[in-house]
Design a protein around this ligand. Structure first.
Ligand SMILES: C[S@@+](CC[C@H](N)C(=O)[O-])C[C@H]1O[C@@H](n2cnc3c(N)ncnc32)[C@H](O)[C@@H]1O
Length: 267
């Protein structure tokens, strides 16, 4: 069977995600748990679980977690993390975000963190998340977002749109399996169109050290040099969004995550 680009990319670099500080310890991890207020009786689905950091963060607070991902090597990492932490209530399942192999109304909480920018069909993903949620259940999405005028006041809309395109091209150069980072407003629109009610939205800036970020998915030296050049030459709205700087001789920049919580209405 042919493996998708995502599976090839993440299959070859699964271990890097087990140890990545951004994924294992990023601010959005604790923030998702705080905002979702998990309950002991809950069944949770973590879509695109990667190395399982989000699944493992919720597992101690709930009855069970299904950690789902399309890439089997990532599921193996998620299984190792659960075993290392003695978390016996995590089950791993191979699943594509836009065709979840679960019955409707089976989860109290569906999470998805730092992954949806890889999905070819975000609308189908949100519809699937809404379908598998129980009435009254919660959808908690966290993902890297592209800039929109609300994030970059003071820039003309056309300049912000150009910065969003340049940002997505920057991500795609580093990782060809990157599809598109949506804006926070686009996510809100998709979530509401799926019949969920957005209860909370916030954005978090995360400082990224350029080199480990650029190399995590195996980019060649030539691609890393091109990415470094894009960052150093960013101007205007793109520079205001990525905020490049040099710390102790190493380039850093900022990625922006949005966290959205939305509820499926009760009957
Ligand atoms: C950066 S990792 C996820 C990080 C993880 N959620 C966390 O909190 O640390 C991205 C994951 O998305 C998965 N993925 C990408 N496209 C997918 C899809 N269409 N369906 C399911 N998983 C997908 C990849 O296999 C990869 O494991």
């Amino acid at each position: 069977m042919t493996r998708s680009l995502v599976e090839q990319q993440f299959g070859a670099h699964a271990k890097a995600y087990a140890t990545s500080a951004v994924h294992a310890k990023g601010e959005s991890l604790a923030r998702l748990v705080t905002l979702a207020r998990p309950e002991k009786s809950w069944a949770v689905l973590d879509v695109a679980t990667g190395a399982g950091h989000t699944a493992a963060a919720f597992a101690p607070h709930v009855a069970r977690v299904v950690a789902a991902d399309i890439t089997i090597e990532m599921l193996a990492e998620a299984g190792k993390l659960a075993a290392a932490r003695g978390l016996t209530n995590i089950e791993t399942v191979r699943a594509s975000a836009d065709a979840l192999p679960f019955a409707g109304a089976s989860f109290d909480l569906v999470t998805c963190r730092i992954a949806a920018h890889h999905f070819p069909d975000p609308k189908a993903f949100v519809a699937e998340a809404a379908r598998v949620l129980k009435p009254g259940g919660l959808f908690a999405l966290d993902d890297n977002i592209a800039p929109d005028p609300a994030l970059l006041p003071g820039f003309a809309p056309a300049e912000v749109t150009a910065a969003a395109e340049a940002y997505n091209a920057f991500e795609h150069l580093r990782d060809p399996s990157h599809q598109r980072a949506l804006t926070c407003a686009e996510w809100q629109g998709l979530i509401e169109a799926a019949g969920l009610e957005v209860e909370h939205a916030e954005v978090i800036g995360k400082a990224m050290e350029f080199d480990p970020w650029a190399r995590r998915l195996g980019a060649t030296d030539a691609v890393v040099a091109e990415l470094a050049d894009c960052l150093a030459s960013a101007r205007g709205a793109l520079a205001a969004f990525l905020r490049p700087e040099v710390r102790n001789g190493s380039p850093w920049f900022v990625l922006t995550e949005a966290i959205l919580l939305a509820r499926r209405s009760s009957p």
